[in-house]
Write a protein that binds this ligand. Structure first.
Ligand SMILES: NC(=O)c1ccc[n+]([C@@H]2O[C@H](COP(=O)([O-])OP(=O)(O)OC[C@H]3O[C@@H](n4cnc5c(N)ncnc54)[C@H](O)[C@@H]3O)[C@@H](O)[C@H]2O)c1
Ligand SMILES: [Zn+2]
Ligand SMILES: [Zn+2]
Length: 378
């Protein structure tokens, strides 16, 4: 191919500074170095974690950056030492590495890995190194992926090879939101058949958690959101009951406790708000209730009275639904192709990369579930 071994000049949406619109720029993407893969991004979702970095986290060392971490694409070229991937492979970049060698990768208990930006840079949300430059400046790769770009370069530890028949403008959502919510219910909460669940926040992550609760056999799934426009969609994924905290003057944990004879068996926080995290925990039944934090924030402490935990509740957290990406993502792509997992139903809008700021605005206003940005032809 004409581009192999050369710098590629291409279009990307650059976040030059926090709290400002992204700017479509021509960037330079260096060739892949040893153990790296250069990927032509075909499609990418916009996830709330992109908005978190831009508008909430706003860490000064995390800019300028190319955001986006929920993408799918095609391998363009590979660097020395890469044998797992070849040009033309369909892939999903992974924001949680899987080196397969560290103590975490070797343990079945976790999907954490000692490699990659997530090992020690949760504030900055980007690795120190980058293969991007623009106007003579280094541009960081958000969550090690940067899918709001026509091309990106990632370490082979951060790539999952998927079924070549998979439609990339759909399965890109398995790069974050759908796996995150589904896995939080199935892998982290370990929702049980016949149980009662509550899901707080009905974006793509929360709706995927609803789908996971249903797949695990929950009999009652209470969908909680302050935006009642989300309830119709939650029904599609299996929610049985709907609660808008704004309709109640009592604390929401009390409302849920009264609905469920003392609290739910499992709750999942998919908002990223420490107050909601507390409510989700306190909505669980004493004795065995399990609450999982999925929403992303690293700005404030979350707290509760110790008696909540002494009384037998468990508070957990989950990143990327607990899936080890190289194994979990291809499996979920197969489950989607076999119609066992829904993906299309999350997509409310389709746009081009140029319209990324419109997509961000839609999410800010709660007017979408997922917008898929079509970046390059398949
Ligand atoms: N842990 C992970 O690996 C991981 C991965 C992806 C996303 N996330 C995080 O998950 C969260 C959800 O992401 P998303 O893309 O679905 O976002 P989203 O913006 O599409 O959805 C959030 C939903 O929460 C609702 N909400 C806001 N305040 C609420 C409240 N007080 N009570 C109930 N509902 C409330 C909103 O109305 C909205 O429907 C974000 O914090 C995101 O950063 C975490
Ligand atoms: Zn995400
Ligand atoms: Zn590892």
């Amino acid at each position: 191919m004409a581009t192999v071994g050369k710098v590629i000049k291409c279009k990307a949406a650059v976040a030059w500074e926090p709290n400002k619109p992204l700017v479509i720029e021509e960037i330079e993407v260096a060739p892949p170095q040893a153990n790296e893969v250069r990927i032509k991004i075909v499609a990418t979702g916009v996830c709330h974690t992109d908005l978190y970095h831009l508008f909430e986290g706003m860490h000064k060392d995390g800019f300028p950056a190319v955001l986006g971490h929920e993408g799918a694409g095609i391998v363009e070229s590979v660097g020395p030492g890469v044998i797992e991937f070849q040009p033309g492979d369909k892939v999903i970049p992974l924001f949680i590495y899987q080196c397969r060698e560290c103590r975490f990768c070797k343990s079945p208990k976790t999907n954490q890995c000692e490699k990659g930006w997530a090992a020690d840079r949760y504030d900055v949300m980007a690795s120190a190194e980058s293969r991007f430059t623009c106007k003579g400046k280094k541009i960081l790769q958000f969550m090690g992926t940067s899918t709001f770009s026509e091309y990106t370069v990632v370490n082979q530890m951060a790539v999952a090879k998927i079924d070549p028949t998979a439609p990339l403008d759909k399965v890109c959502l398995l790069g974050c939101g759908v796996c995150t919510g589904y896995g939080a219910a199935v892998n982290t909460a370990k929702v049980e058949p016949g149980s009662t669940c509550a899901v707080f926040g009905l974006g793509a992550v929360g709706l995927a958690a609803v789908m996971g609760c249903k797949a695990a056999g929950a009999k009652k799934i209470i969908a909680v959101d302050i935006n009642p426009e989300k309830f119709e969609k939650a029904k599609v994924f299996g929610a049985t009951d709907f609660v808008n905290p704004k309709d109640h003057s009592k604390p929401i944990s009390q409302v849920l406790s009264e609905m469920t004879n003392g609290g739910v068996d499992f709750s999942l926080e998919c908002v990223g708000n420490v107050g909601v995290m507390r409510s989700a925990l306190e909505s669980c039944v004493q004795g065995w209730g399990v609450s999982v934090i999925v929403g992303w924030t690293n700005l404030e402490d979350c707290s509760t009275r110790p008696i909540q935990l002494i009384a037998g509740r468990t508070w957990k957290g989950s990143v990327f639904g607990g899936f080890k990406g190289k194994y979990g993502v291809p499996q979920l792509v197969e489950a989607y192709l076999d119609k066992k997992v829904k993906v299309d139903e999350f997509i409310t809008h389709n746009m081009t990369l140029d319209q990324v700021n419109d997509a961000i605005e839609l999410m800010k206003q709660g007017k979408c579930i997922r917008t898929v940005l079509h970046v390059s032809p398949q």
